[in-house]
Design a protein around this ligand. Structure first.
Ligand code: TMP
Length: 212
């Protein structure tokens, strides 16, 4: 299916974005179960994916494989393309009538790869991907986010406070730019209690989906 044909079908594609440790993964699971509980078919997914392209990226993130930052930008774009267009991918799920909620998408590449390989390549590669209907940007200071991450797992290559500070600035810039280009992006205060954030997101989503 041509990308032009798919844009109108992306209304029910909802994306969570934010620094590592900002809580997107926790909230994604909660939103999926709240939507399902309300009788709304919802499919939760994430990038990098568990597809072969995403598995290769995970090995690079863990430091098991080395790759030039530009290669990493291409890999994220390849994984995203397969995630959108592949079997049981985002577009197919949307066509089946599901709400698709995704942990990370284009803005992650613009923020992270924009800082690690320069803005030009990720900007070009991601120009091919259609905007989600709704995005949530989880805003948090990098120091607090990194404290959370360090408590719970082994660190990946980007999970260094100095890098996250640069990603945070780039995220803010990209969010403004995309909003100006017509993307609908809600900002979430990611330092609020988990249950409060869950309620905020769920009610914003219900209101948004009711407009659909
Ligand atoms: P996760 O921690 O949300 O599973 O994401 C894995 C890491 O990959 C995280 O540090 C953000 C990074 N990432 C990018 O650098 N570019 C991207 O396009 C995506 C989707 C993730």
């Amino acid at each position: 299916m041509a990308l032009e044909d798919t844009r109108s079908n992306l209304k029910k594609f909802i994306v969570f974005e934010g620094l590592d440790g900002s809580g997107t993964t926790t909230q994604l699971k909660r939103l999926a179960s709240r939507l399902q509980g309300a009788g709304i078919p919802a499919f939760a997914t994430a990038e990098p994916t568990s597809r072969p392209e995403g598995q290769l990226i995970r090995r690079i993130l863990k430091g098991e494989l080395q790759a030039d930052p530009g290669t990493v930008a291409f890999l994220f774009a390849a994984d995203r393309h397969e995630h959108l267009h592949g079997t049981q991918g985002i577009l197919q799920r949307l066509q089946q009538g599901e709400v698709v909620i995704c942990d990370r998408y284009v803005l992650s590449s613009l923020a992270y790869q924009g800082c690690t390989c320069g803005a030009s390549l990720p900007s070009h590669l991601n120009a091919f991907f259609p905007p989600p209907g709704l995005s949530f940007f989880f805003r948090i200071d990098p120091e607090s986010a990194m404290r959370r991450v360090a408590q719970r797992k082994e660190l990946e290559i980007y999970e260094i406070t100095e890098m996250q500070c640069r990603f945070a600035k780039e995220y803010e810039r990209q969010v403004e730019e995309k909003r100006a280009a017509g993307w609908r992006i809600e900002t979430i205060d990611a330092k609020k209690p988990i249950a409060e954030i869950e309620e905020t997101i769920f009610s914003l989503c219900l209101a948004y989906l009711a407009e659909a």
